[in-house]
Design a binder for this molecule. Structure first.
Ligand SMILES: [Zn+2]
Length: 134
């Protein structure tokens, strides 16, 4: 199982490389210089927004993962599950799972503590929903 994805930093560098290439081409061909300069500027704008775009996407991902984490824990109330197993069981990113369980731990009926995970058997920080969890 892998969740390989391009980091915003890698995407930013990719855009900057494309911008650089367009600038080189602008220098090479005076006839189409303006076109390539405009292309370069567009890539530079993309590069600047790469991080913002990623934050927007992961924000959307966070709320979906939060709902799935909550309903999964409720369906399996009484069992404790570590972040790794949770991520595997609901097919979500580790970072959004951690975000979800930290938020849930502040809600009534959800507990987070160090214990042996019911699913992998390792001693880790686990999360558990009680029967009272909403
Ligand atoms: Zn586990």
């Amino acid at each position: 199982m892998s969740f390989e994805r391009v980091t915003p930093e890698q995407r930013r560098e990719q855009y900057l490389r494309l911008a650089e290439k367009a600038r080189e081409r602008a220098l090479e061909s005076p006839a189409t210089q303006n076109v390539f300069l405009r292309i370069a500027e567009s890539w530079e704008i993309m590069a600047r927004s790469a991080v913002e775009i990623d934050e927007f996407h992961s924000g959307a991902d966070y709320s979906t993962t939060f709902r799935r984490t909550r309903s999964w824990l409720r369906q399996n109330a009484g069992r404790c599950c570590c972040d790794n197993c949770l991520g595997f069981l609901i097919s979500a990113h580790d970072s959004s799972v951690r975000h979800a369980v930290r938020r849930l731990a502040r809600e009534e009926g959800y507990y987070r503590y160090s214990a042996v995970c019911d699913y992998c058997g390792d001693e880790r920080t686990v999360t558990r929903a009680s029967d009272m969890a909403l």
